[in-house]
Design a protein around this ligand. Sequence first.
Ligand SMILES: Cc1cc2nc3c(=O)[nH]c(=O)nc-3n(C[C@H](O)[C@H](O)[C@H](O)COP(=O)(O)OP(=O)(O)OC[C@H]3O[C@@H](n4cnc5c(N)ncnc54)[C@H](O)[C@@H]3O)c2cc1C
Length: 560
Amino acid sequence: MQSCEIAIVGSGFAGSLLARVLSILGYHVVLLERGAHPRFAIGESSTPLANLSLERLARRYGLADCWHLAAHGRWLSHHPDVRRGLKRGFTFYRHHPNEPFGNRGYDSERLLVAASPNDAIADTHWLRADVDHHFVREAVAAGVDYREQVELTHAVLAGESIMLAGRHQGAVLPLRARFVIDASGPAGFLARQLAIPSALDRTHTRSGLVFSHFEGARLFRDVVPGLPEGPYPDDWAAVHHLIDEGWMYSLRFDDGVTSAGFLLTPRGAQAMGSPDVEHAAELWTALLRKYPTIASAFGDATPIMPIAYRPEIQHRLARSVGERWALMPHAFAFVDPLFSTGIAWSLRAVERLALAFEATRHGSRLPDARTLARYDAKLREEADQIDAVVAGAYEAMAHFELFAAHAMLYFASVSFAEVSQRLLSRDDAAWSGFLGVGDRLLAPLPQLSLRRLRAITQSRGETGTAEERRAFASWIARAIGPRNVAGLANPARHNLYPVDLDGLIQRHALLGMSREALVDALPALRGMAKEPSFAPRSAANPATSPAAPPSPAPGMPAPH
Ligand SMILES: Cc1cc2nc3c(=O)[nH]c(=O)nc-3n(C[C@H](O)[C@H](O)[C@H](O)COP(=O)(O)OP(=O)(O)OC[C@H]3O[C@@H](n4cnc5c(N)ncnc54)[C@H](O)[C@@H]3O)c2cc1C
């Protein structure tokens, strides 16, 4: 019988990165993967909060590659072979059936929110086949016992351990682990094995997805020329096309491949004839036919893998920990790709679990019940919060004014989190709540917004009166006011939000900082801080204590 201290099921970036950190901390870790790398994975658009987590992990555990992968410029210099796309912000357009997108200058139904002031320190879209392969190779280099093409069939709690059983390359695999971490994503390995109940009824959001990767998609700015200049080139972003049936994402990689997919609400899917998985390509074509400007961008694009359809992508479990196990966020819950929350949330959980094991590695070597309960409570609240923000956004899609106003909630909470984490770097940043969880002012807003929106839309997609929409936008502006470090919800911006450092200085009091202290911190915020030196770390020296806790990291304050 083989045994290990920690078995991690699933080698997406979250499983591999956690396995690697735990190995560096001196744990004997086995990482089990059903497939084989490189392999396709969805979930590609990263964000500043994800990069902050990568930088903290880099500093704490000496992971130079994580530091380099946390900004587009550093990534290009150090890992040009790992494919990625430049992401300068979040772009939104509203389309109407059978009408070309209306270029009405500054009155266009268009929202751009910059996440970075320049390409060098910009975010990225991750070509997951390459990124996940990179992280699994690094895990192996750090001493992780990695096995792929493993078919696990059982997980049974047995006293002081969990017994895993299955097959590995044709041979029977029995493995005894003291602790199991489920990083298998929606496949939900432990959910099935331990019969963890579903809590999907807590989740408001429901959507289906039709998607692929494409070659030859045209830039939106070429399809709709003459739009007013925005804070960054529109297409180098997570591009969102809002439609009556839901929305579409379009993520461009630097090599020209575009990841694209339509998310359909239940009502939207019904309007498209309640499609089935066998007719994904037809569904794709029918959606393009209905939206002529999207068709101009994608009509001649070629899918480089079959277009696929998943009728419902949400899942949610009742809990994320047990005495000898824990779930990574993507195994615990998934809401929707709107606002790209998954990578940042997963990396935050990598940090939290790493800290939990780090704290006990010289003692019991396993996190205690209190720490696990803390992890569970955070994940539950955060899953609810992501859902409320996203459900509100779906409700708000009834009218672009409502959507642009509600989106400010998301951008206010992530920009406040980013700026405060960068400027007021605290040891417990990894445990701070995601999307305003734990913040007495921000935490209740998504639910309140959802309620107000439903009162306007009647949950039937009604657009409300101009007065109701104005009142909603004013409420949002007032509600985010005490946390609005990025100058959001400002009609003078015409929905085009750059990174505004001068505005940030003016708003220093919102961060509890003096003007002078904020000005002093600006070089670091502009990404001008020196790269830390990374002590080499490997399984050969696992007992060395982790690097010093993070000090203020370079980067920039940004609306997101
Ligand atoms: C449609 C969609 C779009 C998304 N877009 C974004 C986005 O733009 N930005 C963002 O931040 N997030 C996005 N997400 C979320 C993102 O995909 C997840 O946050 C991310 O993939 C989590 O990574 P992970 O490593 O935890 O799990 P995964 O990426 O799901 O990896 C799970 C791994 O486990 C393996 N596995 C599964 N079952 C078993 C088993 N029984 N035994 C062994 N191995 C197993 C799988 O083969 C896989 O390698 C999106 C999600 C979806 C569904």
